[in-house]
Unconditional design. Structure first.
Ligand code: FES
Length: 140
């Protein structure tokens, strides 16, 4: 984790009594977003551990705040089963690892929908027929 992010969290931990608690979390998350461009699962876990907050509380704050909502770390599950691999999953795996490392990436052997592959899911929504071009449109 970036040292600036750690310093930012430390600063807000020390000033948590002085201002409205919810607003201070939002301000802290906005600063982290400015530094890293997004709020990763690692950051959420770190805040949770060091500020004694439930992860679900922090995620709730992010979801309620429009300027933070789209920056939540997403979980991508990519099919790396044999039929999807033949259709380009490997290239997408390399692209996601390189350009979208801030997303949590998992792989699955088969989505049982091979005819529509390559398949992947993002936060439980399944996308079929994905390639390296349209994955950029989906992930931004
Ligand atoms: S191999 Fe990808 S859905 Fe079956």
């Amino acid at each position: 984790m970036d040292q600036k992010v750690v310093n930012t969290i430390s600063y807000y931990i020390n000033s948590v009594d002085s201002v409205d608690y919810n607003n201070i979390i939002v301000e802290m998350l906005k600063e982290i977003q400015k530094i890293e461009g997004y709020i990763s699962g690692e950051v959420i876990e770190y805040i949770s551990k060091n500020m004694y907050l439930k992860i679900s509380f922090i995620e709730g704050v992010i979801k309620r705040n429009k300027s933070l909502k789209d920056k939540l770390c997403k979980t991508i599950i990519l099919c790396t089963g044999p039929r999807c691999m033949k259709k380009g999953s490997y290239e997408m795996l390399k692209l996601i690892e390189k350009d979208y490392s801030h997303f949590k990436l998992e792989t699955k052997n088969c989505f049982r929908d091979c005819g529509k592959g390559p398949n992947l899911s993002i936060d439980d929504r399944i996308y079929n027929g994905i390639d390296c071009n349209n994955i950029k449109k989906i992930l931004g």
